[in-house]
Every structure is written in C-alpha cells, then in structure tokens.
Design a protein around this ligand. Structure first.
Ligand SMILES: NC(=O)c1ccc[n+]([C@@H]2O[C@H](COP(=O)([O-])OP(=O)(O)OC[C@H]3O[C@@H](n4cnc5c(N)ncnc54)[C@H](OP(=O)(O)O)[C@@H]3O)[C@@H](O)[C@H]2O)c1
Length: 275
C-alpha cells in the first residue's frame, strides 16, 4: 500500500473510491476499474468480502485500500473523506453504489430502515460528491458514477414505496451535476440498471418471488451492468440504462398517460404480492 498517490497523472495511476464494493454491482465495478488500470479504495460494512476482493485485485497489479464504513451513519461520509486524506490518497473517481431496499410496505417498515435507505442511497451520495468533487474540479479530472435504478425512471410502486423516489432523486441530481461540471474534466453519470443478479434480492428477502415472476431474459449480470456504467461515465453520458428491454419499459412509462403507467407498475407490485 503506498503512503500517498498524490502527484500528476504522468507519475501516478488514477484511484477510484467505490461504495458497496463487498458484493454485486460494486464488486463488478471494482473488477472493471482494475482491468482498466485504476487503483482502488473499496468500502462497505463487511470487511471479509472487501479483503477477499482486494487480494484478488492486488494480484492483477492494482493497489487496493479497504476502509469499512456504515453509510447509514450520517457521520460516515465525512469520516470516509478524512480516512482517505489520512492515507494521503487522491480520489479521481467516486462510485456511489451502496444500496438496498425494503419491500414490506411503508407502514410495515421500521422507520429506522427508512432512515437508513435515505441516508445510504440519497444523502451519502450527495455528501460524498460534495466532499470529493472540489478536488476533482481543481485537478481538471474526475468521474462520479451514481448507481441509481430503472426504478428511478418508472412511476413509484407500492411495497418498496421509497426506493423508486430515492433513485429518481439520484438520477436528477446526477443530471444537474453533469450540467454544472461540464467543461471541468469531471464526468457525472447515473447508471440505471434493471433486474440484476446480485445479493440485492437475497438481502431484501424477495429472491423466490422475483425469480418466479420474471424470466431469465429479464435479468442482467453485474459484470455487464458494471461495464456499461464504466463506459458511460468515461463517455460522459448523463445517464445510462443497460439493456434494450429496460429502455423500452422506461420509454413506455414515460410516454403513457400517468394513470396507465401507474397501473402498469401497480400490476408489477401485485404480481410480487407487495400490495
Ligand atoms: N440488483 C438489482 O436488481 C439492482 C437493480 C437496480 C439498481 N440496483 C442498485 O445497485 C446498487 C448495488 O446493489 P447490488 O444489486 O449490487 O446489491 P448487493 O449485492 O446487495 O450489494 C449492495 C452493496 O451495498 C452495500 N451496503 C448496503 N448497505 C450499506 C451500508 N449501510 N453501508 C455501506 N454499504 C452498504 C453492501 O455492503 P455491506 O453489506 O458489506 O455493507 C453491498 O456491498 C444499489 O444501489 C441498488 O439499489 C440494483
């Protein structure tokens, strides 16, 4: 592990900080960044999977730093920023990926879980961007990749009531920052995956329902989603949705009258027995 990665790009490799890197899309993104020649700072709550991934990526030549953090704690973004500074590391790319959902319904979900969802997927990406973007602008190079969701492009649904609105916020916030930072060398992109094979549906306890409700062709691999996200932020696209079908669904939702679109999504929630 180096003492510092400060310096000009001519004499150092670039470094990406990825939240939620212990599993799924975050781990897949870490592998893509490593293949593309980046060093990495990996963060999540579970040290074990982060250390295993760090060992794997180190073997391919990347310098990897692990910092465990619970982003549900409102103090976590500032702590993470300070932990990076204390190691004299420079963050050239920030990937806001950590996330989860609760599907029991608004009134049935523990308010602490709602607060954690808002903190991890909405406040933490905002705060981490506010902390790391100024340095990127100053250096004239940066990347911010926000992992949102197809759900953020669809009408809100029942059961996981807050999830879609949180992801819509992240898409809009990414678009705004994309415009604001145009010309600074800092690219900002929202990645909007549809159903992706990760631990996500095991964590929210819906694996059986979603597997029987949706055929295999509707599912994408984390590796595919990660590659699409990496390429999109490098190309400075404001937002990207992997998969033709996912784009068709989002297009339908956008062009249908609101009440029809809501009915379409309500049918989805009923099929999953969430409402
Ligand atoms: N899978 C899908 O179908 C899908 C579709 C669209 C969008 N997404 C989005 O993609 C992102 C990644 O999800 P995934 O599918 O890869 O799910 P996953 O396999 O469950 O991974 C979620 C990651 O988030 C981390 N995380 C969760 N809560 C955290 C907390 N309080 N503090 C820090 N890290 C936390 C987890 O790490 P620890 O448990 O170790 O903390 C894990 O690394 C999420 O934002 C999700 O909303 C997923």
């Amino acid at each position: 592990m180096p003492e510092s990665n400060h310096g000009t790009f001519a004499d150092r490799r670039r470094t990406v900080l990825i939240t939620g890197a212990s599993a799924g899309i975050g781990a897949a993104l870490a592998r893509v960044y490593a293949v593309e020649g980046w060093d990495l700072i990996l963060t999540a709550r579970r040290a074990g999977p982060l250390e295993v991934l760090a060992a794997e990526l180190s073997r391919s030549g990347a310098t990897v730093t692990v910092i465990t953090e619970d982003l549900a704690d409102p103090a976590a973004p500032q702590r993470l920023f300070e932990a990076v500074a204390a190691r004299s590391l420079t963050v050239d790319a920030l990937v806001n990926n950590a996330g989860f959902s609760r599907t029991a319904g608004f009134l049935q979900t523990d308010p602490a879980d709602h607060a954690a969802m808002l903190q991890v997927m909405l406040s933490a990406p905002v705060e981490l961007s506010r902390l790391f973007a100024p340095g990127m602008v100053e250096r004239g190079f940066g990347r911010i990749l926000n992992v949102a969701s197809l759900a953020g492009r669809m009408p809100a649904t029942g059961g996981d009531t807050l999830y879609g609105p949180i992801k819509s916020f992240l898409i809009k916030a990414s678009q705004g920052l994309h415009l604001e930072l145009a010309g600074t060398g800092v690219h900002v992109t929202a990645l909007c995956p549809g159903y992706t094979l990760t631990e996500f549906h095991d964590v929210n306890g819906t694996r059986a329902e979603v597997s029987s409700a949706y055929p295999a062709w509707m599912w994408q691999t984390a590796e595919h989603v990660a590659r699409v996200g990496y390429d999109a932020v490098e190309a400075n696209r404001p937002a990207v949705t992997p998969g033709v079908m996912n784009n068709v669904l989002a297009g339908l939702a956008k062009h249908l009258p609101d009440r029809w679109a809501l009915k379409m999504v309500g049918g989805h929630a009923k099929r999953l027995k969430r409402i």
